[in-house]
Design a protein. Structure first.
Length: 331
């Protein structure tokens, strides 16, 4: 009996020691985050709810402003960040260029999320019943390589249309300037994610003409990713795994958190107006998708197919050149 008690006590002490080591020796990770809209709110949920620490991650967060996703990806490539969370279209372009030049794609998406983020907003005084009504119009976009542009082009392709065939002019406009640009009629509409569409609606500047749910498969395609340099991820698999689990925890919390707390977190992260943020919440899904492989297949059929059609990535670019979900065990 004494031997059994000593063994049990030894086991308890071992567990306690391991837990103590976990708490005292977290893994330091530098994380870049695209502070574009509510579509990436999972990161501030993780940050403000202390979820990184619970997974043993000492996170140092750097925000990247809307429209500068390419800058964030470049910073990841340079090694300024260990992990970057944002739109993954620039990763595809960069990796495809490396492959075309005979090199190995340097970046990898280890987890994906935020299905269906793109909204089309048009001016209140502009007649709109169908995308055909956009002929000759000017649309504001955060950047010409924006994920929203790529997704909208895919949606148009499903209708047998292109931006060129419609004579659409795409004008770069920062997210915060889209509503004023509508009000002053510098643009006829814009493509963006929430809360920008709700801001325009509440300001009386425009109305939502198309939601993600109305864009077919595009509305189910993931748009954001947890990304890393391949070499860094290979050297630090436990750090990658812990970050992915942290984002999964934040995704689960998003589904159950009181709306008031979500709005508070969003306001702290983006500085948005509570009214606008509340209006946006019903039409966003910022969570990581449940099945990364299935999400990647949808993404390949939508975004990558559109990018290949336009020559933005080479034809031989394949999923293995972009994704590696081995760091995240399926739940």
């Amino acid at each position: 009996m004494k031997i059994w008690k000593l063994a049990a006590l030894s086991a308890c002490l071992t567990v306690a020691s391991a837990a103590s080591a976990w708490a005292q020796d977290p893994i330091a990770v530098r994380i870049g985050w695209l502070r574009a809209s509510l579509t990436t709110i999972i990161q501030p949920i993780a940050e403000q709810e202390g979820l990184y620490a619970k997974r043993g991650v000492a996170a140092r967060i750097t925000a990247v402003t809307s429209g500068n996703n390419a800058t964030g990806i470049e910073s990841l490539l340079r090694g300024d960040y260990d992990i970057y969370f944002g739109a993954m279209s620039e990763l595809a372009r960069l990796n495809a260029v490396a492959l075309e030049q005979g090199g190995r794609p340097p970046l990898v998406a280890v987890a994906i999320g935020t299905p269906g983020a793109t909204h089309l907003v048009v001016r209140n005084d502009m007649p709109f019943k169908d995308v055909e009504d956009l002929r000759g119009k000017t649309l504001g976009v955060s950047s010409l390589g924006s994920i929203h542009v790529v997704m909208f082009r895919h949606y148009l392709a499903s209708r047998g249309l292109t931006t060129e065939r419609l004579g659409l002019r795409l004008l770069r406009v920062a997210g915060g300037d889209m509503t004023p640009a509508l009000l002053t009629k510098q643009i006829d509409g814009f493509l963006h994610s929430q809360p920008t569409p709700s801001i325009a609606v509440l300001a009386g500047a425009g109305r939502i003409a198309l939601t993600p749910k109305e864009m077919g498969e595009v509305g189910r395609s993931p748009t954001s990713a947890i990304m890393a340099r391949r070499d860094w991820a290979a050297r630090n698999p436990e750090a990658v795994r812990r970050v992915v689990e942290t984002f999964r925890d934040a995704s689960a919390l998003f589904s159950t958190m009181p709306r008031e707390r979500l709005i508070q977190i969003a306001q702290n992260a983006t500085g948005g107006d509570p009214r606008e943020l509340e209006a946006s919440l019903p039409s966003i899904d910022p969570r990581l998708v449940d099945d990364f492989q299935e999400g990647a297949e949808i993404y390949w059929r939508t975004e990558i197919t559109a990018m290949k059609t336009r020559g933005e990535v080479i034809e031989k670019f394949s999923p293995s050149d972009m994704f590696d979900f081995s760091y995240a065990a399926k739940r």
